[in-house]
Design a protein around this ligand. Structure first.
Ligand SMILES: Cc1cc2nc3c(=O)[nH]c(=O)nc-3n(C[C@H](O)[C@H](O)[C@H](O)COP(=O)(O)O)c2cc1C
Length: 409
């Protein structure tokens, strides 16, 4: 065997760039790669949840309880994943959830994630606590761009953020209503994580064992909350310190004022029960974004799938319902859609990709989820999103039993 043949057998020189990512086939592979690349405290910031992490654990476990009941001989071939949402054609029923402090995870940060989302045509949600300004993110985004708002305790700051979202061309505003106070994230406390990270002895040890991560971090612009460039900037410190600038007494009056300011689609993000969902719509929201913040805020808050069924029952087909928390596979996203969601949002699933390989890793995460969704729908014998939503419960079993229409809980 000559050297060329040996190289060919080993995967070939030409395929070297592919080989680097050749063993990443699922979001759980991306998670493993992220874990290897990130210092412990940073991985824990990405991964961790609040208090006893009951909600965090439940988020994925809940998806694991469902099984699919495929339909046979339907004659459906490649299913279509397209739909129109908030007045826009979307190629995939998927979106990237807002995540604060994204450049801590990889220097490509918000811009890398927004570019990858644009390329796939899926919405990217810029966060109030982003490490890249909204204007810069917008300059790098061609796809649907949304903005997540934390209402600030100083109203003029909130107003400025809404105006900036408008100027940046954001097509929807999500108001997070679950962060009046920071969730107690014990991993961050135990790791002594501060924002920005301080160069403690532990961090110096981290530099020694994760040189790739630290070279990227120290080589880029300093980490800061880019939407707070002036004196209103939250001081550096633990997460709890930083969230002190958020409105602690958030109320429906704040929502009314935001509704007056913002003409585009408005959604509330949080673990909203049916009466709050109804009230949000009555207050002029186009929909709600059902989320327990990936288990990072109120521990023991309900699972969004459970809320989803009640919300859909409450609002009928009139409102837009987004769902996140625990979605790691395309099959999870299909379950959420079958139970009534319009869009499956992912947080950690794309952050693992970002941590592992920057913008390319986010592209990988999106394409893995898209392929899994398409394959799952094809194996279910479903031709498209509308059919998946219509058949919904018929396609699902929960803990070994049929899921009846409008529920399963
Ligand atoms: C590292 C990280 C940072 C987050 N930052 C924010 C934020 O600034 N604002 C917000 O509304 N949600 C934030 N979230 C919650 C996500 O928007 C989303 O609700 C959650 O990640 C969904 O759960 P999943 O990670 O299991 O997909 C964050 C989540 C993570 C993992």
């Amino acid at each position: 065997m000559n050297p060329e043949e040996v190289i060919h057998l080993l995967g070939g020189r030409r395929r070297r760039s592919h080989r680097k990512f050749g063993n990443l086939h699922s979001v759980s592979d991306l998670r493993r790669a992220a874990r290897r690349r990130l210092p412990r405290a940073v991985f824990d910031y990405l991964e961790g949840g609040a208090e006893q992490e009951r909600t965090l654990r439940d988020n994925q476990a809940r998806y694991g309880r469902y099984r699919f009941q495929p339909r046979a001989l339907t004659g459906s071939s490649a299913p279509s994943l397209e739909q129109t949402l908030l007045g826009r054609e979307l190629p995939l029923p998927l979106g990237l959830a807002p995540t604060g402090y994204t450049r801590l995870i990889h220097p490509d940060g918000e811009i890398g994630a927004a570019r990858a989302a644009s390329e796939a045509g899926v919405p990217y949600t810029a966060a109030t606590m982003a490490t890249t300004s909204l204007a810069e993110i917008a300059a790098n985004s061609t796809g649907p761009l949304w903005f997540q708002l934390y209402v600030n305790s100083e109203w003029p700051v909130t107003e400025r953020l809404v105006r900036e979202a408008e100027r940046a061309g954001c097509q929807a505003l999500m108001v997070s209503v679950d962060t009046q106070v920071a969730g107690q994230r014990l991993r961050d406390l135990r790791n002594g994580l501060t924002i920005p990270p301080s160069l403690s002895w532990t961090a110096l040890w981290g530099i020694a064992i994760h040189p790739g991560y630290w070279t990227g971090l120290l080589g880029g612009p300093g980490l800061a909350f880019a939407n707070f460039p002036d004196a209103t900037s939250p001081a550096a410190g633990g997460i709890a310190e930083i969230t002190k600038s958020f409105e602690a007494a958030l109320s429906w009056q704040h929502l009314e004022r935001i509704r007056e300011l913002w003409a585009g689609p408005l959604l509330l993000k949080g673990p909203l029960g049916p009466s709050d969902v109804a009230r949000a719509l009555a207050a002029g929201c186009e929909g709600v974004y059902l989320s327990n913040h990936g288990g990072r805020q109120l521990d023991r808050s309900p699972h969004p799938l459970e809320l989803l069924v009640a919300a859909r029952r409450e609002v009928g087909e009139a409102a837009v319902l987004l769902v996140d928390s625990g979605i790691r596979t395309g099959a999870d996203a299909v379950i959420a859609l079958a139970l009534g969601a319009d869009l499956a949002m992912v947080g950690r699933a794309y952050l693992y990709g970002l941590a592992a390989a920057g913008e390319r890793g986010v592209r990988l995460a999106i394409s893995m989820l898209a392929e899994e969704m398409e394959r799952t729908m094809q194996l279910l014998g479903v031709g498209g999103i509308a059919e998946l939503r219509r058949l919904g419960p018929e396609l699902l079993r929960l803990d070994g039993a049929a899921v009846h229409a409008g529920g399963g809980w």
